[in-house]
Design a protein around this ligand. Structure first.
Ligand code: ATP
Length: 292
């Protein structure tokens, strides 16, 4: 399938830093691409270039095979920061204001319903909770019935329940066939929502593919987790990694490792065996923990 959006060797240089360093990217129609990377990797700059808001120093972006033009903004949806909201306007008035900026307009009532904003329509946006505000910003991103929606860390700072509610909305957007580009620091969010994942570091994409493909490519082992007190005073000839609340043992032969633990007398009642995760992959590739 031809790409709806493609970036060809884009570079963005600022006086002191090269934020994006020769990045190429294809986005197929209807997919959700999760863009992950440590702080300062260049995710936001990349997304701003793809949104047409920032001009790259070199390289090009094409939408449906053509260079970005003045009509592009009519066809994309951008989840802006809360600072873009108009002060002294209610939720409803903000929606009407942003709707008036576009020729193509979604039905506002449907957006209100879809983003669960019914109960706050007459409220000043500054009085909204974090989750309510993000839902309003999402509704605004959808106000022109975009073909692609850009979500730059949309759930940072939300509590787990609000984050899950937001994920449901993104699933709904995907089900309607809208292409989504998402940046996030939350592994679970990337895993659940993304069809494809791109990991960025130092302005470049260093890995790209489905989560399964990336994990299969980089790992052929599992992780055994034991509570910290299970290892107190015991000696084990296996490499242990001490985490905050447990000890991890990486094993490419779980049966053998279990045998070693048993014969060394380790209490295994609270043992957990887990497959490798995106968090492990991220750490291996970038040396950084995924964090908000
Ligand atoms: N307008 C700007 N002027 C100068 N430097 C900038 C500008 N915007 C971004 N940078 C720098 O470019 C680099 C990449 O920043 P960017 O915000 O794209 O990273 P990010 O991956 O989105 O980071 P985070 O996860 O912390 O949001 C950083 O070193 C940042 O300081």
């Amino acid at each position: 399938m031809p790409a709806i959006l493609s970036a060809d060797r884009i570079v963005k240089r600022y006086p002191r830093v090269t934020a994006v360093d020769g990045l190429s990217l294809d986005l197929e129609e209807g997919m959700c691409l999760g863009l992950l990377g440590p702080n300062g990797a260049g995710k936001s700059t990349t997304i701003e270039i793809l949104e047409g808001l920032v001009e790259p120093t070199s390289g090009s972006v094409r939408f449906r095979g053509k260079p970005l033009d003045s009509h592009y903004r009519e066809r994309v949806g951008i989840q802006f920061q809360a600072t873009a909201l108009q002060d002294f306007l209610t939720v409803r008035e903000n929606l009407q204001f942003f709707s008036s900026l576009y020729k193509r307009r979604a039905a506002i009532d449907e957006l209100i319903h879809g983003c669960h904003l019914e109960d706050y329509l007459d409220r000043d946006h500054r009085k909204l909770s974090g989750g309510q505000r993000q839902r309003l910003l999402l509704a605004i991103a959808l106000i022109n019935e975009p073909e692609i929606v850009f979500l730059d860390e949309p759930t940072t700072g939300l509590d787990p329940q609000a984050r899950r509610n937001f994920w449901d909305l993104v699933v709904g957007i995907k089900q309607r066939g809208t292409t989504v580009l998402l940046t996030t620091h939350y592994m679970e969010e990337a895993y659940l929502l993304s069809d494809d994942i791109a990991i960025m570091d130092h302005g470049k994409i260093i890995a790209r593919g489905t989560a399964k493909k990336l994990l299969d490519e980089h790992f052929s082992d599992s992780v055994l987790e034991l509570p910290l007190d299970a290892i107190e005073g015991r000696n084990l000839e296996l490499p242990l990694v001490r985490k905050q609340d447990c000890v991890e043992i990486v094993s490419s032969d779980v049966n053998r490792t279990l045998g070693q633990l048993l014969s060394a007398g380790f209490p295994l009642a609270q043992l957990k065996i887990r497959p490798r995760t995106l968090e492990d992959l991220f750490l291996r590739l970038t040396g950084a923990e995924l964090r908000a």
